[in-house]
Design a protein around this ligand. Structure first.
Ligand code: PGA
Length: 263
């Protein structure tokens, strides 16, 4: 199913770290470290907190930093009386290109169910951006042998009746909940198996061309040492990096590793 290589994507999820001054510094440093070789081979996005996006956008554009701007979440509505929310319309105005939806921390701590995730995903598309939709089983589901069932249900609920052309452009991040922040990622074999399950479910729901075009990332305790083996398996097209993306040196090492291997 993955005869042709899709263009790799390495995304840095900063979570609730770095204020806008630290963001300016980190973006400048990425600009010094990342060169043309990397941007020719791999797409890179960084996902700072909402309050940092404007600062990040300014540095990226002024200094020509070869990364795309990303967000970690958005509202499902485009505007309205939703105190404390940030809409996809607002993100698009800041030239955000990628928006993470359905991260397991949002599902677990902020009550986002499959229906909410699907609505947010559609808000991202409606506003011309690319969703990175997170799916993954938790430790209890893994131990009960329910990984495939869980992934299929999450994928089906997220992409439902979306047109195949949209699905082909989107990104799904396989993030086993037990590996996030744990210090130990899934093995490349396990990540491949999960990614293959996701891709065949996409084929069933949205058709073979959508499944062939869609990029699947692995996320969960990715570091400079595990990045290349994980990104090298056939159904994984890149990485969603949390903790290690906060250090521009470590993040650059991951990007360079993927760029060199998958060029
Ligand atoms: P981690 O986080 O790399 O720190 O495990 C990944 C994520 O939650 O996206």
């Amino acid at each position: 199913m993955s005869a042709t290589r899709r263009r790799p994507l390495v995304s840095g999820n900063w979570k609730m770290h770095k204020d806008h001054l630290e963001t300016i510094h980190a973006c400048s440093e990425l600009g010094l470290r990342l060169g043309r070789d990397e941007s020719a081979a791999v797409d890179v996005s960084i996902h700072p907190p909402f309050t940092d996006l404007r600062s990040a956008q300014s540095v990226i554009e002024a200094e020509g930093v070869p990364v795309s701007l990303g967000a970690q979440n958005c509202a499902s509505a485009d505007s309205g009386a939703f105190t404390g929310e940030v809409s996809a319309v607002m993100l698009a105005r800041l030239r955000v290109e990628y928006v993470i939806v359905g991260h397991s921390e949002r599902r677990a701590m902020f009550g986002e169910d499959d229906e909410v995730v699907a609505a947010k995903l559609r808000a991202v598309f409606r506003n011309g951006m690319v969703p990175i939709c997170c799916v993954g089983e938790d430790a209890a589901e893994r131990d009960a042998g329910q990984t495939a069932d869980r992934l299929q249900a999450q994928v089906r609920a997220a992409i439902g009746d979306l047109p195949g052309g949209d699905v082909a452009r989107m990104v799904i991040a396989y993030e086993p909940v037990w590996a996030i922040g744990a210090g130990e990622p899934a093995t490349p074999d396990d990540a491949q198996q999960a990614a293959a399950t996701i891709r065949s479910e996409v084929a069933e729901v949205a058709g073979a061309p959508a499944a062939a075009g869609l990029r699947i990332l692995y996320g969960g305790s990715v570091g400079p040492d595990s990045a290349v083996p994980l990104a090298s398996v056939s159904d994984i097209d890149g990485l969603l990096v949390g903790g290690a993306s906060l250090d521009p040196g470590a993040f650059t090492e991951i990007v360079k590793g993927v760029a060199t291997t998958l060029r």
